[in-house]
Design a protein around this ligand. Structure first.
Ligand SMILES: [Fe+2]
Length: 729
C-alpha cells in the first residue's frame, strides 16, 4: 500500500512540511495599542464566554485598570517619599526580639522555617521607615534580632513591624553577570511600641502560611488561596504583559463563536470555526496536498517526533519491528460519552529512518453498545477506510494521553513538586540561584489549569472521556514513574528520531551548565547542606506512590493483569524509571522519588553528584521537555478533524469508526472552538525564553551554551530561540 498521497513522494511531503512550518510559525505580535482590547493576566482567561465582547464589561475593565494604575502609582509615590533604606538605626545592641518561625498547616506546625530573612522596622509619625535590625532565622526557626533600645524609644517612632522576606526574583546583573536577588515582604506583624520595654520581646511562635502543601489532592501541590492577592509567588510583569498582548484575538474569536452557537447554531460549522483561527501546520499542509497529514508516512513521523514523541519498543519476537503503546481509560473514571480505548501500533523503520505503521490494535469500547473493556480489533493498511479510521483513533488516544500523562503530569506537576520543595527550604544555598529561575511560575499556571483544563467545567473533562476524578487519579499514577535518579533522555532508534537526538543534545548542555555551576559554587553548596537535606525530605515524603504500587494485584483478572503489566513496563521505559533502586516508605506508601541525602550536616560520598543530577533533571523537565510537548500541541491538536482529545461514541453501531466527513463523532461546536482556543492559548503565549532572557534571570552560561548549538538543533527541527526557561503556560 502507498504510504504517501497518490503521486507524491517523501520529498514532496518533507518540502511541504518546511513551507507549511514557515507559514504557520508562531511569531509574537507587536505590543498592544493603548486602547486595544487586552487581557489583564493569565488568571483572567476563561474557557467559557470571556469578558471582552460586551461594551459594559469593557467599561468595567477600564475602571478596574484605572483603579489598579492609581493604586500602583500611589504605592510608587509612597515608596519614593518614604524609601526603605538598608541602614540600621541605633548603634547599641542592648535589647532583642525573639520567637520562632514555623509552617502553619496542622501536620507541620512544628516544622521550623530556617534561614528566612527577617527584619525589624520602625515607622515614624510622618510615615518614614527606619530599619532597626535584620537577621535570619536559625536552623530551628528561632528568631533573634538585637537592636538599640534607646533608639526605639525615641518619640518620633509610632509603630514597629516584624517582617519576613522571601526572594521574589533572581536575576543576573547584565553588566557583571553576578547573581542578584529582589526580595519582597512575605509576612508583616505589627508590634506595639509600648511592648518594647527593654527586657526583650518574645513574638512567640509565628505560624507562617508559606508554600504549604495541599491536602485535598493526592498530588504534591501548593496551596494558592487567591491567585492575584494571596499567592506564594506572582507572575513577572513581562509574563502578564505577554498574555495581554498575544492572546486577545484568540479570546475574541472564541467568544464570537460561543455567542453564534447559542444564537444561530445552523450558521456555524467545524470548518467555519477552524477557518476563523490562525492556520496550523496540518491545515496548511492539507490545503496544498490533500491527504499529506493523513497518510501513513506522516502518521509514523508524528508518532515519533510530534507532540506524542512516543517510545518505540522492539517486538520481543521480531526485533526489527517496534511497538508503541498508548494506554486508554484503563480503570480511571470516564463519562461514557467519549471513547478512550487503548491502542498499540506496530511499526517498521523504513530505510529513511522513519517509522511506518503496519498494524494497529484497538482494545476497549469503541461504540455506545458493546461496553466490554477488553474487546480487541486489529487493523492493517489492507483494511482501506477502516485503517484510516484506526489511525485517527490512535492519534486521538495518543493526544489525550500525551496531554494528561506527558504534558500535565510529566512536566507541569512534576516541576511543581520540585518548585515547592526548593521554595520551602533553599535560601542561602546557591542552588536557589540555579533552580528558582527555572521553577518559578509553574505553581501559578497549574492553579489556572485546575479551573480551565482539568477541573469541573474545564476543557478536558468536558471534551474527553476522563472525568475530573479520573484525571486526578491518572495524573497521580503518571507521576509515579518520574524520578530524577538515573534518569536519561530517550535513546534514538534512528538518525531521523529527532526528538530523542535533540533531547540528548539538550541534556548534554544542561550537564555542562550545571557542572560549571557546581564547580563555581561547591564550597557554598556544601556549607548550606542542611537546606538540601530538608528539601530532599520534603520532596521524597510528598512524592506520589510508586506507579500502581497501591493496587491490589490479586484482584486483577487475566486481561487486567496483561494490560497493567504492559503498562508498567512501557511507562518505566518511557520515563527512564529505574525500578531496581531502593524506594523509601513514608506514611505507609512507597515513594517514587529518591532521596538526595541522608546527612543533614554534609554531603556523603556521591551525594553532591545526586544533587547535581536532581538539578539537571528539574531544569530539563521545566525547559526542554515541557517546551517540546507544549509547542507541538499547536501542530498536532490544532485541527479538530485531524486530531482532538476525544471522539464521541454517537449512536451508530460502528461507533467511532466513521469517515472524516461524519462530524457526529467529532467534538461538538462548543468543544471545537474551545479546543482551538486551548491549543492556541498553550502554544501561542509562551514567555520567558532561555536565549532571549527577557527578565535577565537566566544564567548567561546557559544561554551561551545553547546558542552555540543553534545550527545543530535547527537540523533537528528545534529552534533554540523558542525553548522556554520555565513552565508557565
Ligand atoms: Fe504547558
Amino acid at each position: 500500500m502507498p504510504i504517501y498521497p497518490p503521486g507524491k513522494t517523501q520529498k514532496d511531503i518533507d518540502d511541504l512540511y518546511k513551507r507549511a512550518y514557515a507559514e504557520t510559525k508562531i511569531i509574537y505580535p507587536k505590543k498592544a495599542k493603548v486602547f486595544s482590547a487586552r487581557l489583564r493576566n493569565l488568571n483572567s482567561i476563561t474557557l467559557h464566554k470571556g469578558n471582552l465582547s460586551k461594551f459594559s464589561v469593557g467599561i468595567m475593565d477600564f475602571f478596574i485598570d484605572l483603579y489598579t494604575w492609581i493604586k500602583n502609582s500611589y504605592k510608587k509615590i509612597i515608596r519614593k517619599i518614604y524609601p526603605r533604606k538598608d541602614l540600621i538605626y541605633g548603634t547599641k545592641k542592648d535589647t532583642y526580639i525573639t520567637g520562632k518561625l514555623t509552617f502553619s498547616k496542622k501536620e507541620n506546625r512544628t516544622a521550623a522555617i530556617h534561614n528566612m530573612e527577617i527584619e525589624l522596622w520602625a515607622r515614624t509619625w510622618l510615615g518614614q521607615w527606619r530599619k532597626m535590625a535584620k537577621g535570619l532565622t536559625d536552623k530551628n526557626g528561632k528568631i533573634m534580632m538585637k537592636f538599640d533600645f534607646y533608639e526605639s524609644k525615641k518619640i518620633k517612632y509610632r509603630s514597629f513591624h516584624f517582617e519576613v522576606h522571601q526572594t521574589e526574583h533572581i536575576f543576573f546583573d547584565p553588566n557583571t553577570g553576578n547573581p542578584r536577588e529582589k526580595v519582597s515582604v512575605f509576612g508583616s506583624f505589627k508590634i506595639r511600641k509600648s511592648d518594647l520595654t527593654g527586657l526583650g520581646y518574645n513574638l512567640g511562635t509565628i505560624q507562617l502560611f508559606y508554600w504549604e502543601y495541599r491536602k485535598d489532592v493526592p498530588i504534591p501541590r501548593v496551596v494558592i488561596k487567591d491567585h492575584n492577592q494571596d499567592a506564594p509567588e506572582y507572575y513577572s510583569e513581562g509574563r502578564n504583559q505577554a498574555i495581554a498582548e498575544q492572546f486577545v484575538q484568540i479570546e475574541l474569536i472564541k467568544d464570537k463563536h460561543l455567542i453564534k452557537i447559542k444564537a444561530e447554531p445552523e450558521k456555524i460549522s467545524i470548518q467555519s470555526i477552524q477557518a476563523d483561527y490562525p492556520k496550523n501546520l496540518t491545515v496548511a499542509m492539507e490545503e496544498k496536498i490533500p491527504y499529506s497529514t493523513r497518510c501513513d508516512y506522516w502518521f509514523g513521523r508524528r508518532m515519533m517526533n510530534g507532540m506524542s514523541c512516543a517510545t518505540f519498543i522492539p517486538d520481543s519476537n521480531e526485533p526489527e519491528k517496534y511497538w508503541v503503546r498508548i494506554f486508554g481509560s484503563c480503570d480511571y473514571e470516564v463519562n461514557g460519552q467519549y471513547a478512550f480505548p487503548t491502542t498499540y501500533g506496530q511499526f517498521i523503520i523504513a530505510e529513511n529512518g522513519l517509522p511506518i505503521p503496519i498494524k494497529i490494535k484497538i482494545i476497549g469500547q469503541t461504540n455506545a453498545i458493546d461496553k466490554n473493556p477488553f474487546q480487541e480489533k486489529t487493523f492493517t493498511p489492507e483494511d482501506g477506510e477502516k485503517w484510516e479510521q484506526a489511525k485517527r483513533i490512535m492519534r486521538v488516544t495518543s493526544a489525550l494521553s500525551s496531554e494528561v500523562d506527558d504534558h500535565f503530569a510529566g512536566t507541569h506537576l512534576n516541576t511543581e513538586q520540585y518548585s515547592i520543595a526548593v521554595r520551602r527550604n533553599v535560601r542561602l544555598n546557591p542552588i536557589a540561584q540555579l533552580l528558582i529561575p527555572h521553577l518559578k511560575e509553574v505553581a501559578l499556571i497549574n492553579h489556572t489549569a485546575d479551573t480551565n483544563l482539568i477541573g469541573n467545567g474545564g476543557y478536558i473533562p468536558s471534551a474527553s472521556a476522563l472525568t475530573v476524578d479520573g484525571i486526578i487519579e491518572r495524573s497521580k499514577d503518571a507521576l509515579g514513574v518520574h524520578d530524577w535518579k538515573n534518569w536519561k533522555p530517550m535513546k534514538p532508534i534512528s538518525d531521523q528520531h529527532t526528538f530523542a537526538i535533540a533531547s540528548n543534545l539538550f541534556w548534554d548542555i544542561v550537564d555542562e551548565f550545571v557542572t560549571f555551576f557546581f564547580n563555581e559554587n561547591k564550597a557554598e553548596i556544601e556549607k548550606h547542606w542542611y537546606e538540601i537535606y530538608c528539601m530532599s525530605n520534603d520532596l521524597v515524603r510528598n512524592s506520589v506512590p510508586l506507579f500502581l504500587s497501591e493496587k491490589d494485584k490479586s484482584k486483577w483478572c487475566e486481561n487486567e493483569r496483561e494490560l497493567n503489566e504492559k503498562r508498567i513496563a512501557y511507562n518505566h521505559e518511557r520515563s527512564c524509571f529505574d525500578l531496581s533502586l531502593p524506594r523509601e516508605k513514608y506514611n505507609g506508601k512507597i515513594r517514587c522519588i529518591s532521596p538526595i541525602t541522608k546527612n543533614p550536616s554534609k554531603p556523603e560520598d556521591g551525594e553532591m553528584e545526586s544533587l547535581k543530577d536532581m538539578c539537571k533533571y528539574a531544569i530539563m523537565t521545566a525547559t526542554f521537555l515541557h517546551t517540546y510537548v507544549n509547542e507541538h500541541q499547536y501542530e498536532d491538536i490544532g485541527e479538530v478533524l485531524y486530531c482532538n482529545l476525544g471522539l464521541r461514541y454517537g449512536e451508530k453501531k460502528e461507533g467511532i469508526f466513521q469517515p472524516e466527513s461524519d462530524h457526529s463523532i467529532f467534538p461538538d461546536l462548543t468543544r471545537s472552538t474551545q479546543m482551538m482556543w486551548f491549543s492556541n492559548l498553550l502554544s501561542r503565549t509562551e514567555y520567558g525564553f532561555i536565549t532571549r532572557n527577557e527578565g535577565h534571570d537566566i544564567h548567561p552560561r546557559f544561554s551561551e551554551l545553547l546558542l552555540a548549538k543553534k545550527e545543530e538543533f535547527a537540523k533537528l527541527n528545534v529552534d533554540v530561540e523558542c525553548i522556554e526557561s520555565r513552565t508557565n503556560i
